[in-house]
Design a protein around this ligand. Structure first.
Ligand code: ADP
Ligand code: ZN
Length: 334
């Protein structure tokens, strides 16, 4: 698959050598991924970090800069990030800032990273509890997705990754949505043909949107479907991101259904699909807490929020809504 921004390749990891534009390559990976797949890595220097979201800090970034200096890495070097979303975020940020930016590429190894996190050029780290508050938007040279790597992932990681796939299908590809409905069993078992198609189509939805709007002026906001309420739920209940967004997508649809903006039939299909993938569609938490968290989140902007609203399955539009109205609607929701 070609895009203006990055070359996106579906293929085996051991074929990566032909995409490397330089002989001087440094791999950034985490200890887990290296344990599983280190033997398949191309010949290169390796900088290893620990696994986990807690490592996404400026401290880790500084330590990587120091190791790059020790390696005497200059602008001709190429950074290859091999790992999940944490690794690709850090590797992309380091490469975008070291010596004012050197080239980089990714081999995303989690389902979430393949279908979502590594795509789109956003990368960065957390600071004082603010997620991705420091970062850059810069596109990797290539993203190589090897679906064979997904076999070693815990079941929960797969399930949670499907949430963003369902999101992409709902906002941008009705055929993918039907495919997910029809093939949920084989998809969850990571059947190679199905999963390749799913990863391909999911990436396509995201890149098409990002291409129109790299820096999130408007179009890119469509990718926030389910994330306004979902992020609030994630903050309040600390459930995994995927689960929170699954609930968020259904809640947003129901909310807009009650305003007459979304057909209840579409909400029903979405709810059903989420269930087929073993994901939650509702969660116990105070509606007033959700409204309050959204208000706090958006405070820095103004009194309106722009929300993606399904225009039937596979299509989506952006609606500008007053925060007060949104809060009232959330409180009225049953
Ligand atoms: P994401 O944000 O994409 O879900 P993370 O970078 O937080 O991913 O990785 C989640 C966990 O999965 C980490 O512990 C990581 O080391 C591990 N991991 C990454 N890829 C694989 C893989 N292919 N098989 C098994 N574990 C993996
Ligand atoms: Zn998400």
């Amino acid at each position: 698959m070609e895009s203006d921004m990055s070359k996106i390749i579906l293929g085996p990891m051991d074929g990566v050598a032909k995409y490397l534009p330089s002989d001087s390559v440094v791999i950034i990976t985490d200890n887990n991924v290296r344990k599983y797949y280190g033997e398949k890595f191309p010949n290169a220097e390796i900088i290893e970090i620990e696994a986990g979201e807690e490592i996404k800090t400026l401290k880790t970034v500084e330590s990587i800069y120091q190791q790059l200096l020790s390696l005497e890495a200059d602008r001709s070097w190429f950074v290859l990030g091999i790992g999940g979303g944490v690794v690709t975020d850090i590797a992309g940020f380091v490469a975008s800032t070291y010596m004012r930016g050197i080239e980089f590429g990714f081999i995303p190894t989690t389902f979430l990273a393949q279908v979502d996190a590594s795509i789109g050029g956003k990368n960065g780290v957390n600071l004082r509890g603010y997620k991705n508050i420091i970062g850059t938007i810069r596109q990797p040279k290539f993203i190589l997705c090897d679906t064979g790597l997904l076999k070693t992932l815990p079941k929960n990681e797969i399930k949670n990754g499907f949430v963003e796939v369902i999101k992409h299908a709902a906002i941008g590809n009705a055929k993918l949505f039907s495919l997910l409905e029809k093939n949920h069993e084989t998809a969850l078992l990571l059947d190679d043909n199905i999963i390749k198609k799913i990863v391909h189509d999911s990436i396509k939805v995201k890149t098409t949107i990002v291409k129109k709007d790299e820096t999130e002026k408007l179009e890119r906001m469509k990718l926030n479907f389910g994330h306004t309420i979902g992020h609030a739920i994630e903050k309040i209940t600390h459930v995994p991101h995927g689960e929170a967004i699954a609930v968020g997508m259904v809640a947003e649809c129901k909310l807009f259904s009650s305003m007459g903006l979304v057909k209840s039939e579409d909400t029903g299909r979405l709810e059903n699909l989420i269930k087929l993938y073993g994901l939650p569609t509702a969660i116990r938490c105070m509606k007033s807490d959700i409204a309050e968290t959204i208000r706090k989140d958006k405070k820095r902007r103004n009194n309106n929020v722009i929300l993606p609203v399904l225009n039937g399955i596979g299509k989506c539009r952006l609606v500008d809504i007053e925060l007060n109205k949104l809060e009232a609607a959330i409180n009225d929701m049953c």
